[in-house]
Every structure is written in C-alpha cells, then in structure tokens.
Write a new protein. Structure first.
Lengths: 186, 178
C-alpha cells in the first residue's frame, strides 16, 4: 500500500495539460461558421426590444402552458394555425412525438401564419427580421441541450418561451405596417 | 481582481478567428486534460473539448477581465465537462472490462509522463467509481475546493470530502496491486 506522501508525490508528477491526439481546431472552426457572437448582436438596435417582451413572454408561456396541457384550449388567435400541425408531424400519433417537436410544429405554423400577414415595415423600425434570427439561434441552442436532456421540462419551457417571444414580436410588427403608427410617420 | 484584457483577447472578442485560434492553442491542453480525465474516453473528451471552445467563442464578449482568461475559460470547461460526465454517467453503465480498456487507451500511454508510476496513477484514476473520480480530479488535479466541487456536482460538501478520501484509499490500493 502506497503511503499518502507517495501518492501526493505521484499526483504532483501528473501533467496539468494533455495534448489531444488530433487537432480539434478544424471541427471547432467549422462550427463557428454556424455561430454568431453575442457582442456583434448586442450592437444591434433590435436588442432594445427584447427585454420588455421577455418578461411578458414568461407570463404568457406560463398561462399558455397551463391551458395547453390541461386541454382547455389556447388563445383563439393562435388556433388559426393549429390545423397545420398534423401534416408537420407526418401523421404520427401525437403522443409518440417528442414534446419539443410538438412545440416546434405548433409554433412554426403560427409563425408562418403571422409572417405571411406582415407587410412592408418602415425602415425606421430597423431590421426586425434580425431579432427573429437571434431567437432562432437561441432555439437552436435549446434544441442542442434537449439532445442531451430529452423532455427536460425546464428546457421545453424555455423553448416555448422563445417561440412565444417571436409570436408576440411578430404580432407587434404586424401592427406597424398599418400606416397609423409613429414608425410610419417619418 | 481585474486583469488586463490583452489585444489578442480583444481581437477574439471582436470576432477575429485567428486571435481565437491563439487562445485555443494556449488553453486546449488544460481543457482537454479535464475532459479526458473526467470522461475517460478520447472521443467523448474531444467532443466535449470542441463544445467548450464553441461556448467560449460565444461567451467571449462577456469576458470583462474580472479574473484571468484562464480562470474564466477553465470555469466554462469544468462546468461543460461535468455536464457531459453527468449525462454519460446517467446513460452509460460502465463494465469493469470497459474501464480497463479505456484506461489502457493508447493515448494515455503516449503521454509524456515522468514515470511508469505516474502512468499507473492515470490508469488507476480511470478505475475509480464515477463520483469519486470526479471529486478526485477536481480537487487533486484541478485545484477546486470541496465547497466548489459540492456546487459543481450537486452534492454536499461532506460528501465531496468523503468521496475524495475514498478515492485516495482506492488509489493507494490500486497502485499497490500494480
């Protein structure tokens, strides 16, 4: 049996760094192409709109979630897009489809519906589609996390929250092209 | 204690990939070490290492120099490696033979270790039970305190100390067998 002192000496002799057997940079760099840096995003004016909607979205998602899963129903405004959910899931029984795919199918349909109703938005409003892209990137990260922790309730709630923010944002953007807002007066 | 943000870090924060590559080269050895020791598998360690550097790239703009970049980066590395380790532990029951095969991985033998005894220690660490191994690696090799380890692994501080003591006992026994 080794003594504690001998063990400590051995521990001290272990290298603090280990060189990977292959260069990992190529794989990292390839994935950087698909990533964007937060600092670049943060300079964009669209960020201004995110914080206010975030808290609203949390509340909305909580209410929506309760209604959704209890089977009572959802906002009638959102039900317009619901019929498109079944084709999106390729006819699979709903209980066989992972929850994240169910959420994605429903909200993607709602987003498509809202996007189709968005007309010409004043340039003064900024690049509103950029904000949507940021949320899409966030959704992608949540999906990655769900690959590690499938059906994790917190991640699913986060996913719904992001989708809900997009929906609310799109609903808001949809009101800006009516010609009666301050954005159109400039 | 605030530290200076070097031009290389500043460039990387602004999206300069060459600068980020310099940071990668500076830190990959230490990041990979914790991944490999925690996960005990080359492929998983490589995947985790890549995931860590992508996270670092994404979060680099948040680095304000409150600590050294090495400390900041290592914190991300440790947390990510533990997440992967925790998932791996949950999904994968490791058979004894597999542990032995992993510990005997050629890469381990290629490392420039000072002595055969040091190599035996690396191999013995990989034979420890999962939690004892994680605590040992974090405390003895990565320099974390038991309070920090308890937070990282979601266990009580006392459990961390007990697991470390157990790990040492097992290692002493394993090394004597060799």
């Amino acid at each position: 049996m080794k003594t504690d002192r001998q063990l400590d000496q051995l521990i001290e002799s272990l290298p603090r760094e280990i060189t990977p057997r292959r260069d990992l940079w190529a794989g990292i760099e390839a994935q950087l192409d698909q990533q964007a840096m937060p600092a670049i995003h943060s300079r964009h004016p669209a960020k201004f709109f995110a914080p206010a909607s975030r808290w609203a979205a949390v509340l909305a998602v909580a209410v929506l979630g309760v209604l959704w899963w209890s089977g009572i129903g959802i906002d009638p405004a959102l039900q317009v897009a619901q019929p498109t959910m079944e084709p999106a899931l390729n006819g699979q029984a709903i209980e066989q489809v992972p929850a994240d795919q169910q959420i994605a199918a429903v909200y993607t349909a709602i987003k498509a519906e809202l996007l189709s109703s968005v007309g010409l938005v004043s340039a003064d409003f900024g690049d509103w589609q950029y904000q949507l892209t940021l949320w899409d990137q966030a959704l992608s990260e949540v999906r990655d996390a769900l690959n590690y922790y499938p059906e994790e309730p917190a991640l699913l709630a986060q996913m719904e929250g992001i989708y809900q923010q997009q929906i609310e944002y799109l609903q808001w953007v949809g009101t800006l092209d009516s010609g009666s807002t301050i954005w159109m007066e400039n | 204690m605030a530290v200076e943000i070097t031009p290389v870090i500043r460039s990387a924060q602004n999206g300069d990939r060459k600068a980020f590559y310099v940071l990668y080269q500076q830190h990959v050895g230490r990041v990979y070490a914790i991944c490999w020791r925690l996960l005990g598998d080359t492929q998983k360690a490589e995947d985790a290492c890549q995931e860590i550097f992508i996270k670092v790239w994404q979060r680099l703009p948040e680095f304000k120099g409150e600590s050294s970049l090495a400390t900041w980066l290592h914190s991300i590395a440790t947390r990510t490696a533990i997440d992967v380790w925790r998932l791996d532990k949950r999904l994968h029951f490791v058979e004894a033979e597999e542990v032995e095969a992993t510990a005997d991985h050629a890469q381990l033998l290629e490392q420039p270790l000072d002595s055969a005894e040091a190599r035996d220690l690396e191999r013995a660490i990989q034979q420890l039970p999962a939690q004892a191994k994680a605590v040992f690696v974090l405390f003895a090799l990565e320099g974390y305190q038991h309070t920090e380890i308890a937070g990282l692994l979601g266990i009580a501080e006392g459990s961390s100390k007990a697991q470390y003591h157990r790990a040492r006992q097992l290692l002493r026994g394993l090394l004597s067998e060799d």
